[in-house]
Design a protein around this ligand. Structure first.
Ligand code: A3P
Length: 305
């Protein structure tokens, strides 16, 4: 690994299975440090996602929602205009606890907002012990897989060549994908959201796309910062949805030409931003097989995609 540029290293690294889930070596280091050192606070919000389920989008939405009293929703002076959502809402294990084993988080003012891809079983103990809230986002596995395939190929080093969709599909179906098995990841949070709805808010990309204002309102209530009737009148909700829309975010200069401090282009987080792009890529055999696996895995859980 040490001979590879570190920011790309995870793509090329061996995956390790830890607590039932597959992780690139580097991310696993971050998870272990985070489990050991992260101290959740009661007012924290943690955005948890399966990779490629719309993390970037929900980072933007939650950041704007939680901080809305501090900013005017003018197109010009909002922090999203000049900062990537990944800078405003950093990943715990992929950023903060990867750069330092025990990072100093004192510059993050309460209410803090972090994100993670960690499976439920791997969350640091302090998250359970505190009153912090979890917002979980997932996406139709067919779109997740296609998005993941494009993303990974973009980040693979030139000399590695790209991975075929067939190969990525086989691995995904066998549960081998970043933070996979996908179904176990989703079920972990789904079951917890049923048991403990005040702690875990379960959201699907497709539902957010379909009715963003409805779900934004529910999210605000869940997080204890409901919209006032004044805000509803002022169409603040529509303003937030518009600010965080794919068209708006993907066309901002910072997201078009900006790079993470580690060198990755922010633009890799924006591709199509649509529901159902799998129809353009997966064969009918692939669709049948993935649907069958999902049916088996989600049987009896009440969860469908
Ligand atoms: P596609 O590859 O299907 O286009 P993540 O942020 O978890 O890495 O997920 C990336 C996926 O979310 C990509 O999906 C990306 O295009 C999409 N996305 C990014 N910003 C979005 C937005 N504002 N609204 C909807 N989808 C968005």
């Amino acid at each position: 690994l040490s001979s590879l540029p570190t920011e790309m290293g995870w793509v090329a690294s061996t995956f390790y299975k830890y607590q039932g889930f597959w992780h690139p070596c580097r991310h696993l280091q971050g998870i272990l440090s985070c489990q050991k050192h992260f101290e959740a606070q009661d007012k924290d919000t943690l955005l948890v996602t399966t990779p490629k389920s719309g993390t970037t989008w929900l980072k933007a939405l939650l950041f704007t929602l939680i901080n809305r009293t501090h900013f005017h929703h003018s197109a010009h002076n909002h922090p999203l205009q000049s900062n990537s959502p990944h800078v405003l809402v950093p990943f715990l294990e992929v950023k903060l606890f990867l750069e330092h084993e025990n990072p100093d988080l004192s510059s993050f003012k309460s209410p803090r907002l972090f994100s993670t891809h960690m499976p439920y079983v791997s969350l640091p103990k302090s998250i359970h012990d505190s009153k912090c809230k979890l917002v979980y986002l997932c996406r139709d596995p067919k779109d997740t897989l296609v998005s993941l395939w494009f993303f990974t190929n973009k980040l693979r080093l030139q000399e590695m060549g790209s991975r075929s969709l067939e190969e990525a599909f086989e691995l995904f179906c066998g549960g081998v994908s970043m933070y996979g098995p996908f179904w176990d990841h989703v079920l972990g949070y789904w079951e917890e959201s049923l048991k403990n709805p005040d702690k875990v808010f379960f959201l699907k990309y497709e539902d957010m796309k379909d009715e963003p204002v409805v779900h934004l309102r529910k999210l605000a209530e869940f997080l204890g910062c409901p919209f006032s009737s004044e805000e509803e009148k002022d169409e603040v909700l529509e303003g937030i949805v518009e600010l965080c829309s794919f068209d708006n975010l993907s066309n901002l200069k910072v997201n078009k030409v900006g790079k993470l401090p580690s060198g990755e282009d922010y633009s890799v987080f924006f591709r199509k931003g649509e529901v159902g792009d799998w129809k353009n890529h997966l064969t009918s055999e692939m669709v049948e097989r993935l649907d069958r696996i999902c049916k088996e895995k989600f049987e009896g859980s009440g969860l469908t995609f």
